[in-house]
Design a binder for this molecule. Structure first.
Ligand SMILES: Cc1cc2nc3c(=O)[nH]c(=O)nc-3n(C[C@H](O)[C@H](O)[C@H](O)COP(=O)(O)OP(=O)(O)OC[C@H]3O[C@@H](n4cnc5c(N)ncnc54)[C@H](O)[C@@H]3O)c2cc1C
Length: 458
């Protein structure tokens, strides 16, 4: 039998199992090839638009039997190339499994399918006065399954923790098609290994998440108190972050932008940022004692050298913070960019910013930096003249230099975007060989044939 006939015959078997949930046309396959990163996707054999856990199980049994590589996909907003398709592989898309099955105020949990959009879950929780706390900037479009697989972070994570801290249990389909459940809806649970923790952040390499039990928290009812402060140097800004995080106050939000980011935002849409400053810190405080919290935060910022401190609530408060939310749009308007993602202990933020400036100087490229100051998570953005392969390769090398500098400061090569296919070599620089070997053994235990997202993340 010719290769083509063989391919058609095996796809016909899968089509019998999945019907119209299997897409094989070249255009459909192209739609699912890449993600939001510069990584290029391959040409998959077919795409499964799963509607049920049984669809996912049938697809994985089929792929296992034929050792076809599988990529897993939510909304494709990932920035690490983790969801890119493999040449001749199968794409399993969870984007059609969007049900929010339950919001339980007494247990403070939500039960959702993996393709539910994160902002929709938060909105459903808000109807009963609760909140799904992790809020990646992409939360209006990314899926909860993708957030879980990348252990996504967001603005509110400095107060409430990252996605990992909000996941109580999972339904997962393993590479052989078997379905397992982890965790549960209790607040405490010491039974068995913490398999939930194993799957969170596993970037589609250990199993396909089909449903999740999420922890919800009471939604703050009072207006947040927003503050914004400008600093004469990034060293002073870093000192302010250490002062705030070393105090009894945990802000709801604590973000920063450097001078290049301030310039970029102000050129895109004036937001009242101090263009003469080296950097700005933006934050929000909530609670009945927000005023007392602000007094502590202001003292820490002034002691570190803050030049100008603004504060407001209500609409004006949201305006102060809006400057930070403009960064992505302003960068897109500026032209092509390569977004990096590293994290260091918050007390080492200033040192990391110095390292980024040194990398920019060494390579003669403009790099602007913004990020989640309270989490020590930086997103240096390399402005690109074009998106040619050479330019992107160069940017990847510069991103690697930044990641290596983060490791030297006790940090990590990725704070929230994941390793995917872009940072593969860097994991081995962060972890020692016995730890890498433990990763490989875990991968082999869940996916002995190596069909799930092969060659990525670990
Ligand atoms: C404008 C913009 C802003 C962003 N802001 C943030 C931010 O603030 N914080 C942040 O953390 N990230 C951010 N991101 C990155 C991205 O949105 C997150 O990584 C998000 O969690 C990806 O979700 P997704 O549904 O798009 O997943 P995809 O991109 O489809 O997949 C991402 C990874 O998860 C795996 N995966 C997806 N679904 C499943 C599943 N059901 N089971 C197993 N594995 C699965 C994929 O294989 C892949 O490895 C941003 C991206 C953009 C474009």
């Amino acid at each position: 039998m010719s290769d083509r006939k063989m391919r058609d015959a095996t796809l016909a078997e899968l089509s019998d199992l999945l019907g119209d949930r299997l897409l094989t046309s070249a255009e459909s396959c192209l739609d699912y090839a890449g993600d939001a990163s510069p990584a290029s996707g391959g040409r998959p054999l077919a795409v499964v638009e799963a509607r049920t856990v049984e669809d996912v199980s049938a697809a994985l049994k089929w792929a296992s039997a034929r050792q076809v590589p599988v990529s897993v996909r939510g909304a494709g907003t990932g920035l690490a190339g983790g969801a890119c398709a493999y040449d001749g592989g199968l794409v399993i898309s969870l984007a059609g499994m969007t049900a929010i099955r339950e919001i339980d105020p007494a247990d403070r949990i939500a039960v959702v399918e993996a393709g539910a959009i994160t902002a929709d879950i938060d909105r459903a929780a808000a109807e009963v006065g609760l909140m799904y706390a992790p809020d990646p900037a992409s939360y209006a479009t990314s899926t909860i399954g993708g957030n879980i697989a990348t252990n996504a972070g967001g603005l509110r994570c400095v107060r409430y923790g990252v996605t990992r801290d909000s996941v109580a249990g999972l339904e997962v389909v393993l590479a052989d098609g078997s379905v397992i459940t982890t965790g549960g809806r209790t607040r405490k649970n010491t039974a068995g290994y913490d398999l939930t923790g194993v799957f969170v952040g596993s970037e589609g390499t250990l199993g396909v998440v089909t449903a999740a039990i999420l922890r919800l928290v009471p939604r703050p009812v009072d207006e947040p108190l927003t503050f914004r402060a400008s600093f004469p140097s990034m060293d002073a800004l870093g000192g302010a972050v250490s002062g705030i995080m070393g105090s009894p106050v945990t802000p709801l939000v604590l973000e920063f932008m450097d001078a290049a980011t301030i310039d970029m935002v102000e050129s895109y849409r004036p937001a009242g940022l101090d263009r003469s400053s080296a950097g700005v810190l933006l934050g929000q405080l909530t609670g009945v004692d927000a005023e007392e919290q602000f007094a502590v935060v202001e003292t820490a910022m002034v002691a570190a050298g803050a030049r100008k401190v603004e504060r407001a609530s209500g609409e004006r408060g949201e305006e102060l913070l809006a400057a930070r939310r403009l960064v992505t749009a302003a960068a897109t308007a500026r032209g092509p960019e390569y977004v990096c993602d590293v994290a260091v202990p918050p007390s080492r933020l200033a040192e990391m910013l110095e390292q980024v400036a040194a990398v920019a100087g060494r390579n003669g490229v403009p790099i602007s930096v913004a990020g989640h100051a309270g989490d020590g998570n930086l997103h240096p953005s390399i402005a690109l003249p074009d998106t040619s392969v050479e330019t992107l390769d160069g940017a990847e090398r510069i991103s690697d230099e930044i990641a290596v500098a983060a490791i030297a400061l006790g940090g990590t090569v990725t704070g929230e975007h994941g390793i995917g296919s872009l940072k593969l070599g860097l994991l081995a620089r962060q972890l020692d060989e016995p730890t890498m070997a433990a990763h490989r053994r875990l991968k082999a235990a869940f996916d002995p044939l190596g069909i799930l997202t092969p060659g990525r993340a670990v």
